[in-house]
Design a protein around this ligand. Structure first.
Ligand SMILES: NC(=O)c1ccc[n+]([C@@H]2O[C@H](COP(=O)([O-])OP(=O)(O)OC[C@H]3O[C@@H](n4cnc5c(N)ncnc54)[C@H](OP(=O)(O)O)[C@@H]3O)[C@@H](O)[C@H]2O)c1
Length: 248
């Protein structure tokens, strides 16, 4: 039996939030299928370590510091990816933060940070790749939303708002694009470092409840691979991946 066609091999895929969790797992999986992965996040020692691991197993990876809240920083990441690999096939706008709290706590700095990372970060990624995708006549934007783009819970009002925004931005871009594929990845609860920075006691308790059942980040990496691995005329618009036992 012949091998199925691999639409991921030799594709250059930029991944933000690659220093841990879902981004890290996705980088490893895509690299193992022959993609050139470009790893972006702020913790460069983590990225360098991951790039070394990928290269030691025969994959191709490049690591570069990026702060997704800064448009120029994201542009530089995309520029270096194109310079190194000659083209950019996809961006996985995955970096995110989730400092949960009740609104009455007025943690307005944390609201601002969620808006900047979760929404502006995705917009910065889209703005940096669209001119290249236009020139190439093809490209793929993959954005991490969440089940929080579908349901709202106490402590998560602002986080959910940012993920509803990611959902709306992705759907709008999809409607406007003839040659650019757009995929929303909406994970349920996943065991990662997300929420390690929660300062609010109610938020910490909410996270503990959520995490009683959680998926491995590999489950989400497989969803990204599925979307990427389709032929160019097939656009997987959204994949929602929950733990089987999850009620919401
Ligand atoms: N875990 C879940 O249950 C779950 C469920 C639904 C959706 N999600 C979404 O999945 C995505 C990945 O999160 P995760 O669960 O894998 O959590 P994670 O392990 O905490 O990963 C978050 C990543 O975002 C990066 N990041 C944060 N701020 C950044 C900034 N300003 N610039 C660049 N990178 C930044 C972090 O890297 P540095 O700190 O090194 O910059 C890290 O690599 C997020 O969008 C999250 O909202 C997660």
């Amino acid at each position: 039996m012949s091998n199925p066609i691999n639409h991921v091999e030799n594709k250059t895929v930029i991944i933000t939030g690659a220093s841990s969790g879902i981004g890290e797992a996705t980088a490893k999986l895509l690299a193992s299928r022959g993609a050139n992965v470009v790893l972006g996040a702020r913790r460069t020692e983590r990225l360098d370590q991951l790039a070394s691991e990928i290269e030691a197993s025969g994959g191709k990876a490049m690591a570069r510091a990026v702060d997704v809240t800064n448009g120029e920083s994201v542009e530089a990441l995309v520029y270096h990816a194109k310079n190194m690999f000659g083209r950019v096939d996809a961006i996985f706008n995955n970096a995110g933060v989730m400092p949960l709290s009740h609104m009455a706590e007025l943690k307005t700095d944390e609201w601002d940070n969620m808006i900047n990372v979760n929404i502006r970060g995705v917009l910065n990624g889209i703005a940096a790749v669209l001119p290249i995708f236009k020139e190439q006549g093809i490209g793929h934007v993959i954005n991490t939303a969440s089940i929080a783009a579908h349901v709202v819970a106490p402590s998560a009002a602002v986080y959910c708002a940012t993920k509803y925004a990611v959902w709306a931005i992705s759907e709008g871009l999809r409607q406007e694009s003839e040659n650019v594929r757009v995929t929303i990845i909406s994970p349920g609860v996943v065991e990662t470092e997300l929420g390690h920075d929660i300062t609010d006691e109610t938020g910490k308790e909410m996270l503990k409840q959520f995490r009683q059942i959680a998926l491995s980040p590999d489950a989400i990496a497989r969803a990204v691979l599925y979307a990427l691995d389709q032929p160019a005329d097939v656009d997987v618009n959204e994949v929602i991946v929950r733990p089987t036992a999850s009620a919401f």
